[in-house]
Write a protein that binds this ligand. Structure first.
Ligand code: HEM
Length: 189
């Protein structure tokens, strides 16, 4: 994955636990990179090893690290470093979610080696929809949940998330039911 992802993990761990914990995480993960370059691609394995090591060092389950990472990704990283991309995603929570299937296509223009996830939206109403998450990667459903929670906070419209199907339980892919208050507010930034 692009270095921006690993950099964001670094930012999360440093801001929550301090730089020493990050250095310990990298050492335990066997990652000998001093500074990740946002625009360079790294093997996925590096990201997975960092999450596993962060879990060991902090004592938080990998699931919780990924949840926190998803929220941090939206509220701290994307909002400051990729604000234009985020704003182009939609003016309300519902609009953003409906547009999600096209979201990474814009990013692929800037990062040509991107191997993005795919999303499908169905059964959309004013206050709910089903989100299908398709990827060749394993174990990142909690990251998606964290991102959706972060989006709910960003739009001031909390989202209730129910997992309807899970790849880790043998389903073809993950499916989430997303529900929110239908009185939509705009972005709160
Ligand atoms: C400005 C905001 C965003 C940027 C710049 C961005 C960029 C990226 C990048 C660079 C990757 C790594 C893939 C690779 O390097 O091959 C990635 C992965 C991913 N992104 Fe985004 N993304 C953004 C917002 C979102 C949003 C809103 C979602 C919604 C859930 C999302 C879901 C994911 C997921 C789940 C992955 C993990 C890879 C996978 O599942 O295969 N991203 N994104």
């Amino acid at each position: 994955m692009y270095g921006m992802v690993n950099k964001a993990i670094e930012d999360l761990i440093c801001s929550r636990f301090g730089r020493e914990v990050w250095e310990e995480t990298k050492e335990r993960a066997g990652v000998e990179v001093d500074a990740f370059i946002s625009n360079d691609a790294y093997p996925d394995d590096v990201t997975y090893r960092l999450v596993a090591a962060a879990s060991e060092v902090t004592g938080l389950p990998p699931h919780d690290i990924l949840l926190a990472f998803g929220e941090h990704w939206v509220l701290k990283i994307a909002r400051t470093e990729y604000a234009g991309l985020l704003e182009a995603g939609g003016r309300t929570l519902r609009e953003f979610l409906i547009n999600l299937p096209n979201f990474h296509a814009r990013i692929s223009l800037i990062f040509p080696n991107l191997q993005p996830p795919r999303f499908r939206v169905c059964e959309a109403t004013d206050h709910s929809l089903q989100l299908h998450y398709l990827t060749h990667r394993d174990g990142l459903a909690a990251f998606v949940i964290g991102i959706i929670r972060g989006l709910g906070q960003m739009f001031g419209n909390p989202v209730e998330i129910t997992q309807l199907a899970a790849k880790q339980d043998g389903a073809d892919h993950d499916v989430f039911l997303l529900q929110w208050d239908s009185s939509e507010t705009g972005a709160t930034s």
